[in-house]
Design a protein around this ligand. Structure first.
Ligand SMILES: *[C@@H]1O[C@H](CO)[C@@H](O)[C@H](O)[C@H]1NC(C)=O
Ligand SMILES: *[C@@H]1O[C@H](CO)[C@@H](O)[C@H](O)[C@H]1NC(C)=O
Length: 532
């Protein structure tokens, strides 16, 4: 997710340009590189764009986000060149790859040539044409603007990290961090943001939150407005409440229903009473932080930290039942509960008996029971710290699917990592959480070693046919850099096996320096269907 802060820089159409410098002696340059993109039939072009901030070292990949007022994609050609200044001015360009999220078209322009007045033909500008066989269709994304009004009240401002997530009829956005550099939201000030989103249908709600509970870190939000930059379709989200652990109901998460001319039916708010019952076994209690997410017929609550207990101060003790209230835009019926803890504290293992959920104001007899009767303990049961719970009588079509994930580490020197690896799957119906892969099925002790395959299982709802995934690591550990070969996902209940080639570094010192990559399946095989 790329976020554009503040007022626009030119146009609404963005282009992601990736420039590959070759892996040959003397390939790098310090000269200023520029690019011209030409539209279909060459009638329109971008003009000379200088690619500032690039490194252009040997075997490096540099990525640039460019915004223009004109739509040029699919491009007919590009020209690339440099200013021919400085000591090491010659440059060996491998190729240029350009993705236009608006059309979803990714084009590859091979070069494999010098731009050096002392080599070959001496040219320092080249025309590059697309290798059409390498063209790829990516998810289409559209530009949106968001305005955020902080209330004009003393202490309303904050520089806590503020996140949003927007829900539409066809899915939800990622969690979007609005102020990456702890930028302040000041009282009475309107902040504007721009970002690109895939087609998610009509929006019906937004959630915003931060995770700071210390005094003075709270925020009073008046409202937000979201507008499609091209069609001007607009949604209003009124809040007028605190996100502050010491104000109002002490919550730091708010959901707001969508209003305005684009909205056909405004959804109401709901409050859910959640009772978490810890088992009565030896060592069943935990001091770890517990997080819960409710999934309904319409959307979910997002993950909520359970700290505001209604009837206990010492939480999640052996044999106790702790009550919480969760407020959200109505989800109609609650169908699924995801609950986890963060493993903090000694003896953090937890035996969860069950979770009860009802709408506030309803009698206790209306509670829907989500049995668990399992450990969330890295040393017990299957070692998972997260469980997805369903009502005992739930319909088979809603039952969990198993996603068997195999990660192959490449066979190159230094390929292994000891960083925390995570994965997130996107299907045509839904997506999974960003799952940290902590406990493998094939138990190879040291994970993600060179030329080995580590296997994990993710149990969650049916997300439909998988069309992409994101895999990465958090860069911690002595040797963080990782060369990922490929990812394979087997879903027996779908009767499908997906292969996602990667063959790239996730290392801040290699190629483009990124620790996360989005992958698309190269192959989907039919396999024997089974219930496992
Ligand atoms: C808290 O509420 C739950 C559910 O109503 C109840 O079972 C439990 O006994 C209560 N705990 C205390 C300490 O009142
Ligand atoms: C199970 O759920 C599906 C989809 O929601 C529905 O079509 C079907 O009728 C349900 N079956 C039962 C037995 O409730």
């Amino acid at each position: 997710m790329r976020l554009y802060d503040g007022e626009g820089r030119g146009g609404a159409i963005s282009y992601i340009v990736t420039v590959f410098t070759g892996d040959v002696r003397g390939a790098g340059t310090k000269s200023k590189i520029y690019l011209v993109m030409y539209g279909a039939k060459g009638s329109k072009n971008s003009g000379k764009i200088f690619l500032g901030g690039g490194v252009f070292d040997r075997a490096r990949t540099d990525i640039f986000h460019i915004e223009l007022a004109v739509l040029l994609s699919p491009l007919s050609r590009v020209s690339i060149g440099h200013g021919n200044v400085g000591v090491n001015r010659g440059w060996y360009c491998e190729k240029v790859v350009i993705l236009c999220p608006f059309t979803g078209i990714q084009q590859t322009f091979p070069c494999s040539n010098w731009l050096d007045e002392k080599k070959m033909d001496g040219l320092i500008e080249r025309q590059l044409y697309e290798m059409v066989s390498l063209r790829k269709k990516r998810l289409k994304k559209f530009p949106w603007s968001l305005w955020v009004w902080t209330t004009d009240l003393k202490k309303a401002g904050t520089n806590s990290p503020i996140f949003i997530q927007i829900y539409g009829q066809k899915g939800r956005t990622e969690e979007i961090l609005l102020n990456p550099n702890n930028k302040w939201f000041r009282p009475g000030v309107i902040e504007k943001f721009r970002f690109e989103l895939p087609d998610l249908g009509r929006f019906y709600k937004i959630r915003t939150w931060h995770n700071k509970r210390s005094p003075g870190s709270g925020w009073h939000l008046e409202k937000m407005t979201l507008m499609n930059t091209l069609t001007k379709d607009k949604y209003n989200f009124n809040c007028n409440r605190w996100l502050d652990a010491n104000e109002d109901d002490n919550e730091i998460v708010r959901e707001m229903t969508a209003e305005g001319p684009t909205v056909r039916r405004i959804m109401g708010m709901a409050r859910y009473r959640v009772t978490v019952c810890t088992g009565d076994l030896e060592g069943a209690g935990t001091d770890a932080n517990v997080y819960l997410c409710l999934f309904g017929d319409v959307g979910d609550t997002g993950e909520r930290p359970l700290y505001n207990c209604r009837n206990n101060t010492d939480l999640f003790k052996k044999g106790n039942a702790d009550e919480f209230t969760i407020e959200s835009v109505t989800m109609r019926k609650v169908r699924r509960v995801r609950i986890r803890h963060d493993g903090k504290g000694v003896g953090s293992g937890w035996f969860l008996e069950r979770v009860l959920v009802r709408e506030e104001g309803q009698p206790e007899s209306d509670n829907v029971e989500f049995p668990c009767l399992r450990w969330l303990d890295k040393d017990k049961d299957d070692g998972q710290l997260v469980r997805e719970l369903l009502p005992s009588d739930s319909n088979a079509t809603l039952k969990n699917f198993r996603y068997h994930i195999s990660l192959k580490t490449g066979d190159v020197s230094g390929a292994s990592t000891d960083s925390r690896v995570y994965i997130k799957l996107y299907g045509e119906k839904s997506d999974t959480i960003k799952q940290v892969l902590l406990v493998s099925d094939n138990n190879l002790q040291d994970y993600f070693e060179r030329h080995r395959v580590d296997e994990f299982t993710l149990e969650t709802l049916n997300i439909g046919t998988i069309n992409r995934l994101v895999v990465g690591h958090d860069g911690t550990g002595m040797h963080a850099g990782w060369f990922l070969g490929s990812v394979q996902i087997r879903v027996p209940r779908q009767g499908k096996q997906y292969t996602f080639p990667a063959n790239r570094w996730l290392d801040k010192n290699q190629a483009d320096g990124r620790l996360e990559v989005e992958l698309y399946p190269s192959e989907v095989l039919e396999i024997q269907k089974s219930e496992l």
